[in-house]
Design a protein around this ligand. Structure first.
Ligand code: PGA
Length: 262
């Protein structure tokens, strides 16, 4: 059996009602429960549904299902209207926080500096951080060296201060490598290119100044048709799944397929 894989179901800004959210959550929990894989399954609903879902009794009865927020704010004090702190999430029983998703970088102008503050705040509070990184198509077209340079730079900025200030516990940091052009487009990266980039990320983080050994997962148009091609590689520790995470049949098949791989 290979190392434990992690599946993160990112619901993005959906569904429109709590009723639907409960129904999707229950489906995910049921499939996860049935397969009982050697897989960590994480659901990332919008903030408004988190407290309701996290409090539901069915979560507590299934130890393999975890929650992630889709973002977190870096401050912990009161005067930030509209923001959600790491403590609020932690106290709700949320275990993970997705930080630096490319949609937030692109549409909400999140900078590496903001992302770095969120990463540090999340870790300090005891949330496990899922940091999203990835290059756009212009950089990809320049070739592998250009992509590596970009990723190295992004890691440097987003993880600034991490090794000095924080004693990272095992599994408290996950890197999600998501080439921007593959997110929500139906055009995933090739598994071979993803493996190469993930190897590069792992090598970079193992070296100084980081000396970290996080799980590195792939994201970008992952579905039941291609997930096995990614997860069969031992370098790829899991997947961040967007659109497919709100399709009942897809959730079922993704979990079942992953169960056969691990
Ligand atoms: P997608 O989204 O699977 O719809 O491409 C991935 C993500 O949320 O980053």
């Amino acid at each position: 059996m290979s190392a434990k894989k992690i599946l993160i179901f990112n619901w993005k800004m959906a569904p429109d009602s709590l009723k639907e959210a409960i129904s999707f959550f229950e489906r995910t929990r049921t499939y996860a429960d049935k397969t009982r894989t050697n897989t960590e399954i994480v659901v990332a609903p919008p903030f408004v549904y988190l407290s309701n879902l996290a409090a539901s009794a069915s979560v507590k009865s299934y130890s393999g299902l975890r929650f992630a927020s889709q973002d977190v704010f870096w401050e912990d004090s009161v005067a930030y209207t509209g923001e959600i702190s790491a403590s609020m999430l932690k106290n709700l029983g949320v275990e993970y926080a997705i930080i630096g998703h490319s949609e937030r970088r692109k549409y909400l102008n999140e900078t590496d500096e903001m992302i770095n503050k969120k990463v540090l705040a999340g870790l300090k509070t005891g949330l496990k951080v899922i940091l999203c990184i990835g290059e756009d198509l212009i950089i990809r077209r320049r070739g592998k060296k250009a992509v590596e340079e970009f990723i190295k730079n992004q890691l440097e900025k987003d993880l600034k201060g991490i090794s000095k200030s924080y004693k990272l516990k095992a599994n408290s940091l996950i890197i999600a490598y998501e080439p921007l052009w593959s997110i929500g487009t139906g055009h995933s990266d090739t598994p071979q290119d993803a493996v190469e980039m993930i190897r590069f990320i792992k090598k970079t983080l193992l070296a100084k100044p980081y000396t970290l050994n996080p799980k590195v997962i792939y994201g970008g148009s992952v579905d039941s048709k291609n997930i096995a091609d990614f997860l069969k590689h031992p370098e790829i520790d899991g997947a961040l799944i967007g659109h497919a995470s709100l399709k009942a049949e897809e959730i079922k098949r993704i979990i079942e397929i992953t169960a056969k791989i691990v």
